[in-house]
Structures are given as C-alpha cells and as structure tokens.
Design a protein around this ligand. Structure first.
Ligand SMILES: [Zn+2]
Length: 247
C-alpha cells in the first residue's frame, strides 16, 4: 500500500475528536466565523471557491443546522463577517470581502440569521475575530458579549479552519486563561462545520491571484484542528445538547 502525504501527516499528528455534550444547565454561545460569499460561494470573488467544494458545502449545511438549533433554544450567536476597506490590503491575500459588497455578506443559507434577535453580527477587518471585536476605546464587543450572556461554553465553526477560526480560538483561549472572559470555560471547535480552501501545490505556479502559498485543503484543515487542540480547544466530531439537570 502506498501512503499518501495526508496519511503520513495524520500518522505523525493524529487528531482525536470527541462527542461533546452541551449542558442546558448553562449557556453555550455559538461563533460563526466568516461564512460569507467571498469565501464560500462559487465564483463570488478572489478567495471564493472556483468550483463546488464538498468540504465547504458540508460546512455551510452543518453550520446552518447548528445555528437553527441555537436559535430554537434562544442561545446567543455571534457572526463574524470579514469586511475590508478597499485601500487596506490584507497580505498575502488578494483583495477580498470589501465592505459594502455581497462578498462580505452571509451566504444565502444563513441570511435568515440577520433577522434573529439572539444574533450579533460583527464586521471585522482582520483575520482574528477577537481583535476584530476591539473598538477604538479599547473595549471589546466579543468579550462584552461573552460576559453579558454568561457564556460558559463556546462553540466555534466556519472558515478557514487554519486561519480565521484558528486565530480566533488561540486569542480567545489566551484571553480566557488570563481571566478576561468571565464565566467562559470551554472552547469547542466543531470540525464538520469548519472548512478551508484548496490550492493544491501543483496549481500554485499557474495561480493568477496574489495568493502564492500552496494550501492543500484536507491537509490544512487537519493541521488547523490539531493546532486548536494544542491550545486547549476541544475538537468535536459530534455535538449534542443534554437537557437541564441531566448532565
Ligand atoms: Zn480578510
């Protein structure tokens, strides 16, 4: 049997995932990272998929299902939307998700969230939603949201597993460890509602965008989850709610 690079990697850094039971005795918050057209809708921009992609469509389907569940339970949701000023590039990436364009809006499967009372939408102009939540006066919309809602467990989903999802998880866990996040205990990354993009190594030379780094999808998705786990996040392959008093 010939081992593929991905199998070799998974042998070197195996990732154990778990079933995470969310107790209804305490508040769980959901963070949706960048599930927007510019990253997820075919042909929607420089960083959008060029053809239908299974990992991305599964991520959209699963995050919509989880978001619906959180809305039914009236649990707090925060959605980060990458939204850039046209004159402020974000290297090493080409222009993307310019504020005011449809690229920076939620994908069609999630636009209904805009009307839900338990949803906070936060536009951010950097990779990391934690820093993207900072205001000029030093206050932080995400930190305030965690405290105001008494969030004890945070579930994180979205794109890209190894970039904006990972950056947000790293910052959030460091802030929690320093005691900045009040009641927050657990950060859970729900893997089937996360995705990343695909630029196989052989496509880099012919790639006509500024993006020049190879980025094999399954490989980088695995690495992103592994690095989140290295910071202390729980990596969930399944999520379920446990009724109050039963945990
Ligand atoms: Zn961006």
């Amino acid at each position: 049997m010939v081992l593929q690079a991905i199998d070799l990697l998974k042998n070197e850094i195996p990732l154990e995932q778990e079933t995470v039971n969310l107790s209804e005795d305490s508040v769980t918050g959901l963070v949706l990272v960048d599930i927007i057209n510019g990253f997820c809708t075919v042909g929607a921009g420089n960083l959008a998929p060029r053809e239908p992609n299974r990992q991305i469509s599964e991520m959209i389907k699963e995050s919509a299902r989880v978001a619906r569940l959180f809305c039914e339970k009236n649990l707090p949701i925060m959605a980060f939307l990458d939204s850039h000023h046209p004159n402020k590039p974000e290297d090493p990436y080409p222009p993307h998700c310019i504020a005011g364009t449809d690229e920076s809006n939620l994908v069609p499967a999630l636009t209904w969230l805009e009307e839900e009372g338990n949803v906070t939408i936060r536009r951010k102009d950097c990779f990391d939603g934690y820093f993207g939540s900072m205001e000029a006066d030093g206050s932080n919309v995400f930190v305030d949201w965690v405290k105001l809602n008494h969030i004890k467990t945070l579930v994180v989903v979205g794109v890209c597993t190894d970039i904006c999802v990972l950056d947000f998880v790293c910052s959030t866990i460091s802030a929690r460890n320093r005691g900045f996040l009040g009641p927050l205990e657990d950060v859970v990354v729900y893997s089937s509602a996360c995705a990343t993009f695909d630029i196989p190594p052989h496509e880099v030379a012919t790639d006509d965008t500024k993006q020049a780094l190879p980025h094999p999808q399954e490989f980088m998705h695995h690495v992103g989850l592994y690095m989140a786990k290295e910071r202390g996040a729980k990596i969930a392959s399944q999520l379920s709610f446990v009724a109050a008093g039963k945990a």
